[in-house]
Design a protein around this ligand. Sequence first.
Ligand code: G6P
Length: 612
Amino acid sequence: MCGIIGYIGKRKVVPVLIDGLKRMEYRGYDSAGLAYIRDGEIVAVKSMGKIARLEQQLQDVDAESHIGVAHTRWATHGEPNEKNAHPHLDCTGRIAVVHNGIVENYRALRKYLQKQGHRFTTETDTEVIAHLIEEYYKKDIPFIDALTSALLQIEGTYGLAILNADEPNKLYAARHGSPVIIGKGEKENFVASDAAAIIRYTNRVIYLNEGEVAEVTDDGFEIFTLRKDRVKPEVQKLTMTLQELEKGGYPHFMLKEIFEQPATVRNSFRGRLNLEMGTARLNGLKSHLDVIEKLKRIVITACGTSWHAALIGEYLIEELARIPVEVEYASEFRYRSPVLDDGTAVFVISQSGETADTLAALREAHNQGVSVFGIVNVVGSTIARETDAGVYIHAGPEIGVASTKAFTSQITVLALTALMLGRRRGIVSTERGYELASHLAKIPEKIKWILDSQTANIKKIAEKYHKKNNALFLGRGINFPVALEGALKLKEISYIHAEGYPAAEMKHGPIALIDENMPVFFIAIDDLMYKKVVSNIEEVRSRKGKVIAIATLGNEEIRRYADDVVYIPETDYLLSPLLTVIPMQLFAYYTAVLRGCSIDQPRNLAKSVTVE
Ligand code: G6P
């Protein structure tokens, strides 16, 4: 979602803010803006569209200012135009606010403030925050008191960075429901929604907790609760590197992240596989294993691509550990009073660890008194911190909005979890465990094989079909969720309408859509259902649909049925999603490139959705 950054210190502020915004652009890119203090006044500059436009607007500005805040926006309230871009100012123009989140009671607050004489210039919910602080900021009232009084009136979520022209040596930050960190430097300090924005300058950070406010100067900071109790900060060290945030010679982050998968999958299982015992060990869950292995039911909840990984987790855990699993969209789970009885635990899966719906589902489960375990990528994120225990997937920073490497790492961790539980529950034998573990250990080189030998082929297929308006993705069993993911990837970045379906369900509806203009992707690997999938392929062909088959290397017969074939190496059926998804990611990527789409920042989407 929106990204925020604030800076105070020895450097000129504008380049620091622009650099920080660029590193967070994947969070939102409808509009951007910044504000700094010069000669006791606030100067605000805003622009529609991407950060590059804002940068251009500022190119002749050499502002001698060392304090400022900035924002990259994903619109929630009000059109994504220049006026509605952050920062938002109060009536006097002396308070500037950048905000990530939603003020839910903004209509009531706006009405009240208008009655008090405040003039609003935008349609945003955020503007009420600036005016509300102004309302409380009267003679003899310290700004921090006005700020906390205002925040106590706000319902909804916020991560905030705030400037007050009367205090050119202080930056304010606050958090409720949207992440905020303070970066601690030498004679300089940062406020940001995202570690990526500040890692270039410091790796020492403090995560603000819910309902905390910070007063930041160039050589220190103080943290309070909204009731003004002082909080002792805990400084943590970030592990991410700047290099991980660069494109490293690739034209897009998405392509880089697709090609990183041999390494990222390996990172997800490194040190966690025990080949000899045919099992896995996950230290993050260690102290809860006695409970987890006796569970009667697991509910996995997530959004988007993480939800697709959860569906694959359902197959893995049920097959290997024989524990019933249900998968729920986090946004639905939280509002439908789920039955979470004794013997049930919830797993949440999230790349960012900040998705508002997933976080709310986690809290709902906690309210009902059940344990919640996390499978998360971003270290130190809110979900990682609020779960009872969990496993990091170690995929490294994922910048492309369309998730790729996080997906395969999530599946890897789910496979490890299922294997470990299956072994502990005595369902998986040592031999079967060994077999699975050794197959998993070989997955990175098999992904590499696909990337090396099939990319040119997939590019050609994309050339053939990139002008189509629709596509179908079909798979069965554990590859049905991969079909969903293939369709989602294509929709997200190429804006082609695509549907994922269980192959056999096609005849109950989508078959009506098939004609010579419909490309249909089939996951047709050599598994127990191969013959059935071939029958489904025939059904499509006889209606003139175009068939693209993802098949097991060595299967020449399939060429008779398919217009195009992409091969993947053989592996254990349960691990096949780690391979079958790779051609789909590449197909979506090259199709979007050919259609001239914005690959890393597709329209209307955001990497981390911190609003409900
Ligand atoms: C957004 C992103 C998706 C992601 C989903 C869940 O919609 O665009 O790529 O899968 O959120 O995000 P999470 O960080 O919780 O995995």
